[in-house]
Design a protein around this ligand. Sequence first.
Ligand code: 8YV
Length: 329
Amino acid sequence: MTPKIVVYKALPQDVLDNLRRHAQVVELEGPPGHDRRALAEALGAALADADGAIGASIKVTPEMVARAPRLKAISTISVGVDNFDLADLTRRGIVLAHTPDVLTESTADTVFALVLSTARRVVELAEWVKAGQWRGSIGPEQYGVDVNGKTIGIVGLGRIGGALARRAALGFNMRVLYTNRHPNEGAERAYGAKRVELSELLSQSDFVCLQVPLTPQTRHLIGAAELRAMKRGAILINASRGPIVDEGALIAALSAGTIAGAGLDVFEHEPVSADSPLLAMRNVVALPHIGSATHETRHAMARCAADNLIEALAGRLTRNVANPEVLAR
Ligand code: 8YV
């Protein structure tokens, strides 16, 4: 029987056409800027008789899944799987597929863009020029700090952390420190990366880049004490997930001059509120979660996720599975 799948994010036409060759497709996506709560409700209802689902950016709760007796696979168009209760899906034998690898390089580019733009005050000074403030030679008030030759501390040296280490070491002659559950011997060999304790990384790095997934263990990994452990001239870069940082503590640290600046692609609540104190700080570069957002990468992610779903529903998916325990059954 042809499986029924729910699509809860707009997909490129070729990807949608491919899905339609393998399944009966129900599309839920509204126009951009849609109401996420309404979409989540529509998804919950549509899952009731679905075999599979593909999309992103909506929390899929155990309650929604409990009302979906036929559900065999969900394919998220993201590498992060924090919108799901992995243990619950595993218990129910539902495969969760995701899209690692295809977004590694564009996301590492975003992280490095934040490193450069915070260090050299690119956004602040570009706005200054546009505001007609450039009236003579620039002076120390407009100077930034060097990136070349500095120390970068990468918290979580997985795929994206590794691509970041490559940019830092080979492109910018930086010393690379990292924390990770396991040693990353490839990065140690290729980029001279050194595995240290978080406290050492924080106290030695000029740029602290957070590259860990969001789990109960990493929520608020960076709070007031960790920010205090950083150098006064250091810059915090977060393009992973907002809740890795205690945002209240970050606001306090930036206000007090405990650290020099922050480059943020993610926030505890997204979209970040227009009246967040972070947005009024000249030493904060804030981006709207653009980590993987290039035409090429978003297309590759959609294609990868669709292929994952088709394979999972056919019982053939062996890679890109976030809960591989399900396959062992
Ligand atoms: C996307 C991401 O913003 O892959 C991830 O985990 O955070 C991003 O690539 C998001 O999932 C929307 O597709």
